[in-house]
Design a protein around this ligand. Structure first.
Ligand code: BES
Ligand code: ZN
Length: 451
């Protein structure tokens, strides 16, 4: 079913999306707590105007927005639509062409923090539901759940889902928080990596010291931290923590073959990220390194003097943020335990070392197929004119495997951003044309579920 009525609505929908994007709902920042709530209120009001019963439910952190339309009756399937209304911090601000919370359009792209990840994509669902509900009853029941803490690891969503498992009961979980494989080539996800995020702190002398007066006799925490970090990989990019790969399951040949047939140019990829070269675990292609292999990354480093010029100092402390992307069946808790053992082994006994776990999420792997997956496939094909490809994803959405486990419903991930959309980076963008295409896809998806 096509919806020729969509284009006259677009200017208004775009203006509404811009309104949503102007709210700086940065979940990580205390000073944006009220803004984050304002985005929740905006979304609740918008769901109500779309014809759903909507409310804000409190958590110990940022609230959950829940919208419900359950009039299709108990025989009809129920979809849980999940997304997040929080965004990443926008820094470094000076690298944005236009301010991050003042949406702007250039060359067919809408630029704003959160436009791809994930407010723009959440809005596609709201708009599609509004259009359908204005035309009559939906063929499916819909529960709309948007959280405000995805970008900080969803610390309160798991207990929330457990507590409300009956209210959230659904036949499928639908998520748009990812990207298509390429321009004009939509995709459905078969995996997300998990995450174990840690902070390693090395402490030496009580305070910073003169590096000439003390250096040589007093251990240097920065040097000791560097030794620990250098021990994490071998020269071939393999992680050297004993036991790290124990729970990595072999991927099936069909999935690996599927990855090999995707149109992918490592050189174009390298060019796109602007790095002098690519380097990953030996024996795997870049897409495999991104999707089916686990990694260890240093996300941040802090020690000593980093200001202008030189300062001869022996730092008292050194800190690194170190995270692991995980694949089935690795368990984040176990990975952190293995890291602790490893660090204890390699660290000098002359400094004190602490490993703190910040947050974590399990990896997810889909069993592609089933009526909702097929409906999404057909809707994408109808809109984009090509059959979607199956892709993995190197990023994480921690609640996805938990939804499947607690609700017993498969997750279907269809994203409308494009590669290089600068999620989490300056100049985040979303293709202007995908406002219409995304809504169009979701309209055909929802209506095709008529039994
Ligand atoms: N939307 C992303 C997940 C994603 C990233 C999908 C890249 C497709 C491409 C999500 O908002 C995200 O950033 N997740 C975090 C989770 C973390 C904070 C627990 C991530 O992957 O770092
Ligand atoms: Zn994100």
């Amino acid at each position: 079913m096509s919806h020729p009525s969509l284009s006259p609505l677009l200017p208004r929908l775009r203006e509404e999306l811009f309104e949503f994007l102007r709210i700086p709902s940065i979940s990580a920042r205390r000073e944006h707590k009220d803004d984050t709530r304002a985005a929740a209120v905006w979304l609740r009001d918008r769901l109500e105007r779309a014809g759903m019963a909507a409310e804000i439910l409190e958590t110990p952190g940022h609230p959950v927005v829940l919208g419900e339309w359950q009039e299709a009756g108990p025989e009809a399937p129920t979809l849980l639509i999940y997304g997040h209304y929080d965004v990443q911090p926008a820094e470094p601000l000076e690298l944005w062409t236009a301010p991050p919370f003042e949406p702007s359009v250039r060359d067919g792209r809408i630029y704003a923090r959160g436009v791809a990840d994930d407010k723009g994509q959440v809005f596609l669902h709201v708009a599609a539901l509004e259009i359908l509900l204005s035309q009559g009853p939906l063929p499916v029941n819909v529960i709309f759940l948007a959280e405000g803490e995805e970008e900080i690891g969803s610390p309160h969503l798991l207990p929330f889902v457990e507590r409300h498992r009956e209210r959230l009961a659904a036949d499928a979980v639908i998520i748009s928080d990812s990207a298509m494989f390429a321009e004009g080539l939509p995709s459905l996800l078969f995996s997300l990596r998990g995450l174990a995020y840690t902070e390693i702190r090395v402490r030496g002398p009580r305070s910073d010291l003169h590096s000439g007066a003390y250096g040589g006799a007093v251990p240097n925490p920065a040097t000791e931290l560097a030794r620990i970090l250098a021990s994490l990989h071998d020269a071939g990019g393999r992680i050297q923590i004993p036991g790290f790969y124990d729970d990595v399951v072999e991927w099936d040949e069909e999935t690996l073959e599927g990855i090999r047939t995707l149109p992918f140019s490592p050189e174009a990829f390298r060019e796109g990220v602007g790095a002098p070269g690519l380097h990953g675990e030996t024996g795997w292609t870049p897409l495999e390194q991104l999707w089916v292999r686990p990694t260890c990354e240093v996300n941040g480093l802090l020690s000593g003097y980093t200001g202008e010029g030189a300062k001869t100092v022996l730092p008292s402390e050194a800190m690194a943020k170190v995270s692991f992307r995980l694949v089935p069946d690795q368990d984040p808790k176990r990975v952190v335990a293995l890291l602790r053992d490893h660090v204890a082994q390699v660290a000098s006994p002359h400094v004190s070392v602490e490993v703190e776990e910040l947050h974590s999420g399990h990896p997810w792997r889909a069993r592609p197929g089933g009526p909702f997956f097929e409906a999404a496939r057909e809707a994408l094909e109808a809109t984009f004119g090509v059959e979607p490809v199956l892709t993995g994803e190197g990023g994480s959405i921690p609640i996805v495997p938990e939804f499947e486990r607690i609700l017993g419903a498969p997750a279907v991930l269809l994203g409308f951003a494009l590669p290089g959309s600068n999620m989490h980076a300056p100049d985040e963008w979303f293709p202007e044309a995908h406002l219409e295409k995304g809504i169009q896809t979701l309209l055909s998806f929802y209506t095709s579920l008529r039994s």
